[in-house]
Design a protein around this ligand. Structure first.
Ligand code: NAP
Length: 364
């Protein structure tokens, strides 16, 4: 049943940030599923409350399976622990604690005090993976950063003349849209804007609570005001990080288009400061779509929580063609980023490799 609670929680992808994904299944004392609920931020009603109200009197002496520790504090809604106690639930099965240090463990404590059996740890890894952005956000105080790269078999992302569309196939590009749906923001460097003039929008059909924010790193604010991202900034939230030495007239020109121009001390190469600014704007998950200079810089600065490489069966060749990852890179193989918890899947003719970079280098 925990598996079902996680499935229900996943229905909220794209709609709950900066809140958590929560699903709940209520099973009666006789062992029947009598209520199910998913948390959708917009509705604010919590998954537990939805499932319990569907269950009604059948929840008495039953079990609640929930994807995340129920909260015990008065926030926008009354505590879910109260609703569970009132409904007469006898047993609560939850894989993980709430990562928010202010409330973590308190919901479990309260339920135990009321004599409710609390079972934790079942499908813990899946539950953590499902809420990885929310957990990271609370534990580390910065957005979760997912680097996405489209590459040829020989590790290139553009030809020597700059031709880069499209390296990967239709299936990979569709998954790219799913990734955009799963994040609050998409981030690129200024040369990607200059070379490709992308629109950087979410074009899948799924509901989003907040529009995908576009983030561009451009020290001198030198991209063209004619770029698509600038011309459509009044429709789609667009932030450009630049240095504090950019002249006010130039900043005003972009602001007039609706661009949110944010100056960073030391310029946008100062990625921790960029992350801090995004954190303060409630951006929980950032999808970095390059180009290689930006991707390399994120890796060099150790700000990379997840990495997906979509590899197309294509050999570009050429010493002057662009490698998929730039930056300083590793001096020795022992310094190279190694992925753990790796998954590999085939999308059409492309291979997708996703994993979590092990931060050996930043520990030094
Ligand atoms: N295959 C893929 O996955 C993929 C994805 C995207 C793009 N591309 C291709 O990549 C090419 C462009 O990539 P690129 O490497 O030349 O440029 P880029 O990564 O798009 O942009 C790099 C520029 O961004 C600015 N910048 C500001 N803050 C930065 C920071 N913290 N880290 C790094 N850069 C920062 C720098 O210019 P300033 O110093 O002037 O600010 C830097 O030169 C295009 O050909 C595009 O088609 C491929």
């Amino acid at each position: 049943m925990t598996e079902r609670a996680l499935e229900l929680a996943a229905l909220g992808v794209g709609q709950v940030s900066p809140g958590p994904l929560v699903g709940c299944v209520v099973v009666s004392a006789e062992g029947d599923v009598v209520g199910e609920g998913t948390y959708f931020y917009e509705g604010v009603t919590h998954a537990e409350v939805i499932a319990l109200s569907e269950a009604g009197a059948s929840a008495q002496n039953g079990t609640a399976y929930i994807s995340l520790e129920p909260h015990s504090h008065h926030g926008k809604t009354p505590p879910c622990t109260e609703a569970l106690i009132r409904a007469g639930i006898r047993r609560v099965v939850v894989p993980i604690e709430d990562p928010n240090p202010l409330v973590s463990g308190k919901g479990f404590e309260l339920l135990c005090e009321e004599g409710i059996e609390v079972v934790t740890g079942i499908r813990k890894e899946e539950a953590e993976c499902l809420n990885e952005k929310f957990i990271h956000w609370h534990r580390n105080g910065r957005p979760f950063v997912h680097l996405k790269i489209a590459s040829s078999l020989d590790g290139k992302c553009a030809t020597r003349t700059g031709d880069s569309k499209w390296i990967t196939g239709k299936e990979s590009r569709e998954i790219g849209q799913t990734l955009r749906h799963d994040h609050d923001a998409i981030l690129v460097g200024k040369r990607t804007i200059e070379k490709d003039d992308p629109s950087l929008t979410y074009r899948g059909g799924n509901t989003r609570r907040r529009p995908l924010q576009r983030i561009i790193l451009d020290t001198d604010l030198s991209i063209s005001p004619e770029s698509k991202v600038v011309k459509t900034a009044d429709e789609t939230p667009t932030v450009i990080f630049c240095s504090s030495s950019v002249e006010s007239e130039r900043r005003q020109l972009f602001a007039d288009f609706g661009v949110d121009v944010l100056e960073i001390d030391g310029g946008p190469r100062n990625l921790p400061a960029v992350m801090e600014a995004l954190y303060s704007r409630d951006i929980q998950g950032v999808l970095v779509e390059g180009g290689p200079t930006v991707t390399g810089e994120f890796l060099d600065q150790g700000i990379a929580d997840k990495l997906s490489i979509f590899v197309a069966p294509l050999v570009i060749g050429g010493t002057e063609s662009l490698a998929s990852v730039g930056g300083h890179g590793a001096g020795s193989l022992s310094e190279a980023w190694r992925l753990e918890r790796v998954s590999v899947r085939q999308n059409g003719d492309d291979l997708e490799v996703t994993g979590y970079p092990v931060a050996t280098r930043v520990k030094e």
